[in-house]
Design a protein. Structure first.
Length: 552
């Protein structure tokens, strides 16, 4: 059932937004500065973020699905001082280390501050992406058009038209809430893609090419899927340059070759870690495309007007004789090439991460669609006799019914929002706060599979074994140690845990007791155990400390 207070708040917010949109259009026409258009885009991003976050009584999507809980579990312990290159499972290499380090830096290595800041990181990344896109579209010296009005309009399309009204009913959900709200760890890579394009378009020296390679490698550390798609797009750029036999063909080849080469040299250890540490290259009979026609329709006709505007925008970019336009077109085509590549991967039974590629395609189709919309408006200008501000305002008004601003209702369309309105269970909040504030920062936990991620996400402590993540090294040995500790009360096992894995605490809940077939009374009688905290009645949580068995 919907919360009536949230319903009334959202209704009021929509009325205010409608009035603000009208005033914004009037200001654009009267003041005649493209900075007002771009400034409005930033404010609309803040508005959309606000209606999705301010009514909530917990961090967005926390304990609603797996993504947000996993994000927090990976990063909050790092803010408490654990290595950024390890996950919340002790000794397991982190597959997204850049985000964990970013959160720790933003919080000043303070887990309490990290938890307070975390909801705002998605807003920071969203605004950073829009600013990054706007600034990167400054025309190169060769003379691409890229006027201030076009650049501002492109950012509006990237924000407002990269999500379609029926996305939340489809297999990949809505780009807006999944990419920009749920997964800021991935959209951090989006922030770095526009500067990469700008550097490659402007570089004349080896220093610029090396800088592009370094930035591309950072995108790989942020999110390897975006890195792969962008790399494909750069290869498309080289191919387009050679087909045209333009004067930039040799330069494009050299720029991309050096950037990819530098990137591969630096990022190769990370790629090796992914292959060696995570069994994601294993084919499976379920990892196939359910329907080829549906697969291609999802990124073409199913995109509706955005697709047709993007097709025209692609033609416009192709006709412009400058590297900046060509690379932006190539990045969008690289997404399409990667999407077509899933046909081969389906034959190999290796279809993975289609949702991330789909959302990236939507964002870059929206960017190219913005170019197409502005070009059509400019073509109509001689007949209408309108100024650029009036044309931009007309595009905003005509496209308004399709934009996220006009139809997005988080209470109806976002199950992460609905699940995040109620507060977290009080025993869980109390227990994890005690863990975060009162246990030793360098010590680790044993916890049941249902609570292990909460120990890390809200308690800022790592665990011996977790859930919903790949098994760490020596996982069977770790299970044997847990069994020896919990079932047999083996002191040697306790010492082994304390010395090898720095385990000093145990979070006892019903799931842990059921997994190992022991009772709370049996555990309380262990001579080397001491209960230091308990909370809850229905959901009973107990924290035990292992005493006199060594220290971390």
């Amino acid at each position: 059932m919907d919360d009536p207070n949230v319903t009334s708040s959202l209704a009021l917010a929509r009325v205010i937004a409608a009035l603000a949109f009208i005033l914004w259009i009037i200001a654009i026409v009267r003041i005649r500065r493209h900075s007002w258009l771009f400034g409005g885009v930033i404010l609309w991003a803040c508005y959309l973020w606000g209606i999705n976050n301010l009514p909530l009584n917990r961090i967005y999507a926390l304990d609603v699905g797996n993504d947000r809980l996993n994000n927090l579990a990976m990063s909050i312990p790092v803010a408490a001082g654990t290595p950024f290159y390890e996950t919340h499972q002790v000794g397991q290499l982190n597959f997204e280390p850049f985000w964990s380090l970013f959160v720790a830096l933003a919080s000043g290595w303070n887990p309490d501050r990290a938890l307070s800041l975390y909801p705002y990181l998605s807003l920071f990344i969203l605004v950073g992406f829009l600013v990054s896109l706007y600034m990167s579209l400054l025309p190169a010296k060769e003379g691409a058009s890229w006027s201030g009005w076009e650049r501002a309009l492109v950012t509006y399309f990237a924000l407002m038209m990269s999500t379609l009204p029926l996305d939340q009913e489809g297999p990949y959900q809505a780009t807006w809430n999944v990419v920009f709200l749920l997964k800021p760890n991935h959209s951090l890579g989006l922030v770095m893609i526009p500067p990469l394009v700008a550097i490659l378009a402007r570089t004349r020296t080896w220093r610029g090419r090396v800088a592009a390679g370094l930035l591309l490698h950072l995108i790989g550390w942020a999110f390897v899927i975006y890195w792969a798609v962008v790399s494909v797009g750069l290869l498309v750029y080289v191919a387009l340059s050679w087909v045209e036999q333009r004067k930039i063909a040799t330069k494009a080849f050299l720029d991309v070759l050096v950037a990819l080469g530098v990137n591969l040299v630096i990022v190769s250890p990370y790629l090796y870690m992914l292959v060696a540490g995570y069994p994601f290259l294993v084919p499976h009979r379920h990892q196939v495309l359910p329907s080829l026609p549906a697969h291609f329709l999802q990124v073409t006709l199913d995109q509706g007007a955005v697709f047709f505007l993007a097709v025209w925008g692609g033609i416009v970019l192709y006709r412009r004789d400058d590297p900046l336009s060509r690379i932006w077109l190539s990045i969008a085509l690289g997404g399409l090439a990667a999407w077509c590549g899933y046909v081969v991967l389906s034959w190999l039974q290796f279809v993975k991460e289609t949702d991330d590629v789909y959302h990236l395609i939507q964002v870059y189709f929206a960017i190219v669609a913005g170019v197409g919309a502005w070009n059509l408006a400019r073509r109509a200008a001689p007949r209408l006799g309108w100024s650029r501000p009036a044309l931009a305002a007309a595009v905003l008004v005509v496209c308004f019914p399709l934009t996220l601003l006009s139809w997005w209702d988080p209470q109806r369309m976002d199950h992460y929002f609905r699940g995040s309105v109620p507060p977290l269970r009080e025993p869980l909040v109390q227990t994890t706060a005690f863990i975060r504030k009162e246990t030793e920062p360098g010590a680790n936990f044993i916890a049941g599979r249902a609570y292990s991620r909460f120990v890390a996400a809200l308690g800022a402590r790592r665990v011996l074994l977790g859930k919903f993540i790949h098994s760490p090294p020596n996982s069977e040995n770790r299970r044997d140690l847990e069994r020896s500790l919990l079932v047999d009360g083996d002191v040697e096992a306790m010492k082994d845990l304390a010395e090898r894995y720095h385990v000093r605490y145990v979070l006892v809940a019903s799931d842990l007791l059921e997994d190992y077939g022991v009772t709370l009374d049996q555990l309380e009688r262990r001579p080397h155990w001491k209960e230091i905290f308990s909370a809850g009645e229905k959901e009973k949580l107990h924290v035990f400390a292992l005493e006199n068995v060594g220290s971390p």
